[in-house]
Design a protein around this ligand. Structure first.
Ligand code: 5GP
Length: 175
């Protein structure tokens, strides 16, 4: 049995590719020529961010932070910072890049933290959104796909550290 045998494709690599190009073009248009500073939330955003950065025509810089809020397939309900940015964001046009917004807890906490550091602008870009699970209202400036309340893996998203390398977004059988 291969690692992906228990996964069903929800969003294909081709659909993701088209959407990432569309999001990149929108981000560039909104930046109106100014450099865009992408802030990726590790680890889940690393695949999306790599593609998104290359889909934005114009100057792009990248930094990462890391939070922990999940264990296995369950949210712990708290956001713990494990790794901070390497550079200040004051005066920059920041786009926070998430793999998925579920309850909204993580994005809400990160937007507050980053806004307090004085960026010129702060927008949120997520590949996936599960509105049925929303607990904290958040503004998603750029959203790739709205998905049902299923646990998804692939394209950076993991289950206990596995399956991040899948080129598509899939749902786990029986989860
Ligand atoms: P939130 O704080 O919005 O509840 O959760 C956001 C984080 O939870 C995401 O960055 C991701 O790490 C994790 N998460 C939420 N839903 C899923 C899912 O369906 N699959 C995976 N692999 N992670 C998820």
């Amino acid at each position: 049995m291969t690692a992906a045998a228990e996964v069903q494709v929800l969003i294909s690599a081709e659909e993701i590719g088209r959407k990432v190009r569309e999001l990149g073009a929108r981000i560039a248009a909104d930046a109106a020529g100014a450099p865009v500073h992408l802030v990726g939330v590790l680890k889940g955003s690393f695949v999306f961010m790599a593609d998104l950065a290359r889909a934005i025509p114009g100057e792009v810089t990248c930094d990462f932070l890391r939070v922990a809020s999940y264990r296995g397939t369950r949210s712990t309900g708290e956001v713990r910072f494990e790794m901070d940015l390497t550079e200040p964001i004051q005066g920059l046009h920041v786009v926070l890049v998430e793999d998925i917004v579920d309850t909204g807890t993580t994005v809400d906490a990160l937007v507050r933290l980053l806004r307090a550091r004085g960026p010129a602008s702060l927008r949120v870009c997520t590949l996936l959104h599960k509105p049925a699970r929303s607990k904290v209202p958040v503004t998603l400036d750029y959203c790739g796909f709205t998905i049902p309340d299923r646990f998804v893996v692939g394209y950076g998203l993991d289950v206990d550290g596995r399956l991040r390398q899948l080129p598509y977004v899939g749902v786990m059988e029986g989860v």
